[in-house]
Design a protein around this ligand. Structure first.
Ligand code: MN
Ligand code: MN
Length: 473
């Protein structure tokens, strides 16, 4: 009897798709490696809250490992490591493989922008003896979530002489923070009747930045105080804000979540929780078989537009340069197009993790869960799959085969229930060049909130999955 039972359970193991919680059977060594990787990620995330900061820190890490700007190389050979900054807000890196680029390259593509509040071009004002910034939100946010939390200012302002002034305030313990007020419940009767999207309007996302008057100011003394502070410390005047790329982000560090520290709560997991493994998986490559590329793009949260978004030709220029410089400087368009069509890409973006509190928006049989590993998402989009790339079945089979051979656990599903909503990633913009692309990333709780949650074991196995992909596909 016992023997028969074992056989049967083996059969059902093969017949049925099972996606176990990966903390269940993890070895002591793997758990330690997972926890260590999480520490590295948290440290990188805390200094990389904006796309500009991510690019700067990624270039520093890459340079330490021998990567150089592709502009400095006339030709490229196997083992060479190059990068190109995309307007300081996107980054593309490559390690040249042993096989020719014309046979196709392996690409990991994440985005490094996250939902936030940007300053308006003329942001400073005073009202009722306090000074404020006017903001314009960036990406899909629930506006009410941004009130009554500590906020930090990150960004750059250029003065007329072209000098870039970096401003980061609110991250150090001794720094002040900034704040958006909300109404006290005692007087909230009317407000509480509104639906959540009207609870606070875009024009009301005004950030408190000061409350002391400047002595002897001719006008607007509270605003004058702030302008003088900024002039004394950064040499900027009010008109310089027109050049500003100032982002208001949560002034909170990444923290372990739970008694067992299974999760990490942080700002900007979408999509740095995929960008970081996409970066680190590439940085450790020495002489890969095929040329490997990691793209870190900007503007995904608003449609991948602009010269730093995934739709920009600047990313393509880099791929063209790879082909030309590995081919003694010669280039022809058809060879390039065929090389890209032979290329393979993981669009490394996050997805929703099933949340039992909001179970009704997910199909429980077709959703990602926390701690079950990287989620393969054949398509995204909305309604009848509108606006999505859809990975071909044979490409999915290739990915699954590589993951299974390398003992990479994976799960699959959709973002949410059919007609519950939808979303997009950069996959469709890359697939149009002819390459095979599939979305594959880390599940997130409370996506797009100021403080999002991921599982440490998911980012760790996602890192291993990205490595397995670029090394073996
Ligand atoms: Mn994303
Ligand atoms: Mn997003």
């Amino acid at each position: 009897m016992a023997e028969k039972k074992t056989k049967k359970s083996k059969e059902s193991k093969e017949l049925f798709a099972e996606f176990p919680n990966l903390y269940k059977d993890i070895s002591k060594d793997d758990l330690e490696a997972c926890m260590n990787y999480a520490e590295e990620y948290k440290a990188f995330l805390d200094i990389s809250k904006t796309e500009r900061e991510f690019v700067e820190n990624a270039i520093e890490a890459a340079t330490d490992l021998g990567f150089v700007d592709i502009e400095s190389k006339k030709t490229l050979k196997a083992g060479d490591k190059v990068f190109s900054s995309i307007k300081d807000k996107g980054l593309v890196l490559a390690v040249i493989g042993k096989k020719p680029v014309s046979e196709g390259i392996n690409i990991l593509g994440a985005h490094i922008d996250s939902p936030r509040l940007d300053l308006k071009p003329n942001p400073v004002y005073e009202d009722a003896e306090a000074a404020y910034f006017k903001t314009h939100y960036y990406g899909g946010i629930k506006k009410y979530q941004w009130t009554t939390i500590p906020l930090a200012i990150h960004g750059v302002i250029f003065t007329k002489d072209g000098v870039k002034h970096k401003i980061t305030i609110g991250e150090k313990d001794e720094d002040p923070i900034f704040y958006i007020t909300d109404l006290l419940p005692h007087l909230g009767n009317e407000q509480m009747k509104k639906n959540a999207s009207e609870f606070i309007s875009g024009e009301d996302l005004n950030v408190v930045i000061g409350g002391m008057p400047l002595k002897d100011a001719e006008k607007e003394p509270y605003k004058a105080y702030v302008l003088k502070y900024l002039n004394d410390n950064y040499g900027i005047v009010e008109k310089d804000f027109v050049t500003g790329e100032i982002e208001i982000v949560p002034a909170m560090k990444a923290r372990d979540l739970g008694f067992d520290r299974a999760f990490i709560a942080a700002y900007g997991h979408d999509d740095k929780v995929c960008a970081y493994p996409a970066l680190t998986a590439l940085l450790t490559q020495e002489r890969p078989s095929k040329t490997c590329v990691t793209m870190l793009t900007d503007k995904e949260e608003i449609g991948s537009y602009a010269n730093s978004g995934a739709q920009s030709v600047l990313y393509e220029n880099f791929l063209m340069e790879l082909l030309a410089k590995t081919n003694k400087g010669t280039f022809d368009l058809l060879t390039y197009r065929k090389a890209i069509a032979a290329s393979k890409m993981l669009s490394t973006d996050v997805s929703n993790a099933f949340d039992p509190k909001y179970a009704s928006v997910s199909d429980s049989r077709n959703t990602a869960y926390m701690s079950k590993g990287i989620k393969l998402e054949k398509y995204v989009g909305a309604r009848g799959k509108s606006g999505t790339n859809e990975a071909t079945g044979d490409f999915v089979a290739e990915i699954v085969s590589v993951f299974d051979k390398n003992s990479i656990p994976w799960q699959t599903g959709e973002l949410g229930k059919v007609d519950a909503g939808g979303g997009g990633t950069i996959s469709a913009y890359m697939a149009k060049h002819g390459m095979n692309v599939i979305d594959a990333g880390v599940p997130v709780w409370s996506m797009h909130a100021p403080y999002e949650v991921i599982s440490k074991i998911d980012i760790y196995y996602t890192y291993l999955a990205y490595k397995a992909f670029i090394e073996n596909i």
